[in-house]
Design a protein around this ligand. Structure first.
Ligand code: CUA
Length: 343
């Protein structure tokens, strides 16, 4: 039997495409990301559910693809006179009704049952955190039993490892989406609405999260970290975060604190325990204890703080803070030293 060479070529390309599929998974293993945001390497129960769902759907799709390919090969390779004669109505009922019903119905029920497990708070969560999405940063408030804020921070959340933590998410401006791929699925932050999701990390560790809904030019620089710690460390952290800012230790830091008021930082930022009570921008009471600046844009350090203050519009163009390029370098260094001291 002669087979059309163009058909053979198409078969070959399809097969090659199939063989190359696993390479798609390489994106999440890029050296700079280190699989940090891989939903296929879950570190918590909700993410494990999502990963199982993904694998079930993947192998289900592969089985259907295999069946379709096998039938296509059979049609191409067999002689028409050798093929069994099947009644058309029988084919429609078997292939068009029964097969989809038998494959899709179990998947549907599996998906519905799974999504119920994903984000429902159980009422057992001992820690509740409110997260408010802003262009382009995350306001984080730890709530007491009465829903009043205990501690306020930004772009970094600490949770006790092995315990479910309820996150109540809202948006201050446009729609954002809160996603820590290794811990749970996504949840949208929608203006005027309150959504909830539960995060639980099986092990202590640092988990990167990312805004997953396009929200403006700096959407990609709207990341955050979830730090899961042993319970005692978490309790110590939350006590620290509730404390007002410590006083400057030396002359340089005193100068930095004065500069903070003088150049207008206090108009937008709060440093609890000082005159700075701004509410437009991240609370800086413990900025020196955070791991990143600019919502995960750069690692935090005294030098990074100085660079951020002077050049932030080059680092994260369009963010709401102006660059202070005309600031006297000594003053910029003093400001950075003061902020870095706020552990
Ligand atoms: Cu916030 Cu994308």
């Amino acid at each position: 039997m002669a087979v059309d060479p163009r058909l053979l070529c198409r078969w070959f390309l399809s097969l090659l495409g199939l063989l190359l599929l696993p390479l798609l998974g390489a994106c999440e293993r890029m050296p700079d990301m280190g699989g940090l945001q891989s939903a296929l390497h879950p570190e918590g129960p909700a993410a494990a559910h999502t990963a199982s769902l993904w694998w079930v759907m993947f192998w289900g799709a592969m089985a259907i693809l295999g069946l379709v390919l096998a039938l296509s090969i059979y049609v191409v390779r067999s002689r028409p006179e050798n093929r069994p004669k099947i009644n058309g109505m029988y084919l429609i009922i078997a292939g068009g009704v029964l097969l989809p019903l038998l494959t899709l119905t179990p998947l549907l029920f599996y998906g519905i049952r799974m999504s119920g497990d994903l984000r429902a708070p159980t009422g057992q969560e001992s820690v509740r955190v409110e997260v408010i999405g802003h262009q382009w940063w995350w306001e984080v408030r730890y709530l007491d039993r009465n829903g009043r804020p205990l501690a306020i921070t930004a772009n970094e959340m600490h949770i006790p490892a092995g315990q479910p933590v309820e996150f109540i998410v809202r948006a201050a401006d446009v729609i954002h989406s809160f996603w820590v791929p290794k811990l749970a699925g996504k949840i949208d932050l929608i203006p005027g609405m309150e959504n909830r999701i539960v995060l639980q990390a099986s092990q202590p560790g640092r988990y990167r999260g990312q805004c997953a809904e396009y929200c403006g030019v700096q959407h990609a620089h709207m990341a955050f970290w979830v730090v899961a710690e042993p319970d005692a460390d978490f309790r110590a952290w939350i006590v620290d975060q509730q404390r007002p800012a410590i006083a400057p230790h030396n002359e340089q830091e005193v100068g930095g604190k004065a500069a903070f008021q003088a150049i207008g930082c206090a108009g937008c930022h709060s440093i609890r325990g000082t005159q700075a009570q701004g509410i437009m921008a991240p609370d800086l009471t413990h900025i020196g204890s955070r791991q990143t600046l600019g919502a995960g844009t750069m690692d935090n350090s005294e030098a990074a703080l100085a660079r951020w203050i002077v050049h932030n519009q080059d680092i994260k163009p369009g963010n709401k803070m102006p660059s202070f390029e005309d600031l006297d370098p000594l003053r910029a260094r003093a400001l950075a030293a003061y902020l870095w001291s706020l552990k």
